[in-house]
Write a protein that binds this ligand. Structure first.
Ligand code: SF4
Ligand code: SF4
Length: 474
């Protein structure tokens, strides 16, 4: 066999000046503005429904009260958090820790089965970005009209449209910031204080301004940049993926070779007509035909877009669809539960059971005893040894209650009212003085236990240990 490799002599070739220039690689790529095309379809309808429900909850729940108390209220100065009528205290930290574990494993479980549905349908960044895009479309027009408007020189019409858009964005951002702070500072008082200019809390004004600005910038200007560069979840969610996870994927085998064609023409091409509509509707500006990418937030806009094109061409829908990698490769017909999803599911179930158990076992009354650190003890005129304490009684129940105080471990006299009234969901601090006859003291430090007991229901009680101090030699 006589095969030759063709050789070209380039030794005399003089390199041009351009070729000699060192190549400059920009490490910073400036953002290219994405003009998202509006599309209607099945998944967009589902998202509209989920956005409506979530927004109604966000803007509405802050105003709901039950028996005059907010349904949700994070009262930071009083260190008490009301969630759907149940009051939580810093002492309920275990419950909070379990609740966070439930949220994390809930997210892992859903992601391992259904991919980034959280990002596509319920993440606040998606919800607010879609609302801002909706306003933009209503004011500045369709994708093509917006692109044309941006290229136009400054004109009266351009200034009016841009101003209206930014005013509408700012109003929505302000409503968002005000509502957020309304979960910490009862919203009725907040709005009345704010609009009558009688608000005295500098912190409330600061946080309203902060969240207004953050919403305006994140949803109006940064949009997909938040998902691509700021969200940690986008980076680590791929570890929860496996070949059975539902993703949004392009059916390469069916779509390729792609190419434009007329509707009736006979062709050997695949089903992709290379119309680029799936790219134009993508809020992160990617081409899903290039395969699974971390930029894909799973919004399914490209599914709706491609389905509408397939319907127009009289081709079956689903060239871009929800499918597992195995399905797209033709290895399986349906998505299966895998060992990782089962592990996440079992951990989630265990965490939920632990939460319900801890909630059920949560004491409804708690007692904290603080010794007066200013003095070890006093000797009264009657020769009694006295120690001072502060009792903090926490009534987590929804009814007012009266409590009596008892001591064990030492015989002595308690100087405290016979009945202490504590309102529902309140912490009552009460001073307590204990006087002990020196004859009853065996040591300079005696361990004591104090107990508060409900007068109406003696089974409801709480106790706390402390110490009683006396002179070293008596
Ligand atoms: S919308 Fe569908 S047909 Fe059009 S380019 Fe995308 S994949 Fe191809
Ligand atoms: S590729 Fe499709 S699903 Fe992914 S972000 Fe873009 S439009 Fe949404």
């Amino acid at each position: 066999m006589n095969s030759k490799i063709p050789i070209t002599d380039i030794s005399d070739a003089t390199p041009s000046k351009e070729a000699n220039k060192p190549e400059v690689i920009e490490l910073y790529a400036s953002r290219k503005k994405i003009y998202v095309r509006e599309i209607k379809g099945f998944f967009q309808r589902i998202r509209n429904l989920s956005l409506t429900v979530l927004l109604l909850m966000y803007f509405g729940l802050a105003w709901v009260t039950v028996d005059g108390n907010p349904l949700i209220h994070f009262d930071l100065p009083a260190r008490k958090f009301t969630l759907f009528g149940t009051v939580f205290w810093p002492q309920d930290f275990t419950l909070l820790a379990i609740a966070l574990i439930i949220c994390a494993f809930g997210l892992f479980f859903i992601t391992s089965l259904f991919g980034r549905v959280w990002c596509g349908y319920s993440c606040p960044q998606t919800v607010w970005s879609f609302m801002f895009m909706w306003l933009e479309e209503r004011i500045e027009g369709s994708r093509n009209q917006r692109m044309k408007l941006d290229k136009q020189p400054l004109s009266r019409q351009k200034v009016v449209k841009k101003t209206l858009k930014h005013i509408s964005w700012m109003l929505l951002a302000f409503a968002t910031g005000l509502t957020f702070v309304g979960y910490f500072y009862p919203i009725r008082e907040l709005t009345s204080d704010l609009f009558t200019l009688s608000i005295s809390s500098g912190a409330a004004i600061f946080w309203i301004a902060f969240f207004t600005l953050a919403t305006y910038i994140n949803a109006g200007w940064m949009r997909e940049q938040v998902c691509l560069h700021m969200c940690p979840y986008a980076r680590f969610q791929s570890v929860m993926f496996n070949q059975d996870t539902l993703i949004i994927g392009y059916d390469y085998n069916r779509g390729e070779p792609r190419g434009s064609r007329s509707k009736k023409a006979k062709t050997d091409l695949g089903d992709c007509v290379d119309c680029n509509v799936c790219v134009q509707v993508c809020p992160t500006g990617i081409d899903i035909r290039d395969g699974l990418q971390y930029e894909c937030i799973g919004c399914a806009l490209c599914v709706d877009a491609c389905d509408s094109i397939m319907a127009r061409m009289n081709y079956p829908k689903g060239l871009i669809r929800y499918a597992s990698e195995k399905e797209l490769e033709g290895k399986t017909k349906q998505t299966k539960l895998n060992i990782r999803s089962i592990g996440y599911g079992l951990t989630l179930a265990a965490a939920m059971s632990a939460f319900l158990f801890a909630l059920n076992q949560r004491p409804l009354v708690e007692l904290d005893v603080l010794r007066d650190r200013g003095s070890l003890y006093q000797v009264s005129g009657m020769g009694m040894i006295e120690n001072n304490y502060e009792l903090k009684i926490i009534n987590k129940r929804k009814v007012e209650d009266q409590f009596s105080v008892h001591m064990s471990g030492l015989e002595g006299e308690l100087n405290v009212p016979d009945s202490i009234t504590v309102a529902p969901g309140e912490v009552r601090s009460i001073p307590l003085s204990i006087a002990v006859d020196p004859k009853n003291l065996q040591n300079s430090t005696e361990e004591i236990s104090l107990e508060v007991r409900s007068i109406s229901d003696p089974n409801t009680s709480a106790s706390s240990d402390s110490r009683f101090l006396g002179p070293v030699n008596f």
